[in-house]
Design a protein around this ligand. Sequence first.
Ligand code: 2HA
Ligand code: ZN
Length: 270
Amino acid sequence: MKNILNAPFMEEMIRTTTNMYAHGWDERNGGNISMLLDEAEVKEYLDTDQVIRSIPTGFSAPELDGKYFLVTGTGKYFKNVQYAPDVNLGIVRIADCGGTAELLWGYTDGGKFTSEFPAHMMSHVSRLAVDPANRIIMHCHPDNLLAMTYVHSLDEREFTRTLWQMETECIVVFPEGVNVLPWMLCGTNEIGEATAEKMKTARLVVWAQHGIYGAGKDLDETFGLIETAEKAAGIYMKIAHLPIRQTITDDMLHQLEERFGVKGREGYLD
Ligand code: 2HA
Ligand code: ZN
């Protein structure tokens, strides 16, 4: 059996949580990540017949039965993942129509998966239905996106258009735009269901006054999505209080669509 701490997926997870902490997006125990793992790859590192504990999830997601996930732990700090991955991360296999997570590795202090597990697992279901290559759901608290939800309209078309106008790359990176949820109580099945519904039409879902969810096929792509939206939000927060003299027009956005072979969300451009 190979050493799981050297698994490429483990190294990537450690690098990403460390980097996200360094960006200031994951203060204290803020943020969480889940990564769908390939069963054959897991079996190179773990005896999948050895279940350490069965942990009830409190929700149903039959689509995920038998799937393996590497998940950050509840109450754990991203800054500490690199020093004690086996305490701060866990690998679970979903069973009982989503009702049980079988712990196969990690959470060695008796802990369990993130409090946002429902939003993660339900979002995986939504994204896999749209894109079978989706592997990652990532949540964090980036300053500028959060700030923007206090001063900007939460209308999804308006929010998306503002981000597209703040940096040329945005419409290329997230042509489907960002979806937005109003403030809701976090950690619940309700916010999980609402997030998953929004994930059907976009890989980015803003949680007003809280943070953002991203989805993608790997950690780099998902991090890059959030990074690009956050950069645009930062430009907005720098200029929103100043007189605007020029911007990226809809005509320019159409030129970008053509040049990069992308199509902005239907009805979002004039
Ligand atoms: O895990 O970010 O939304 C801490 C959080 C909850
Ligand atoms: Zn959060």
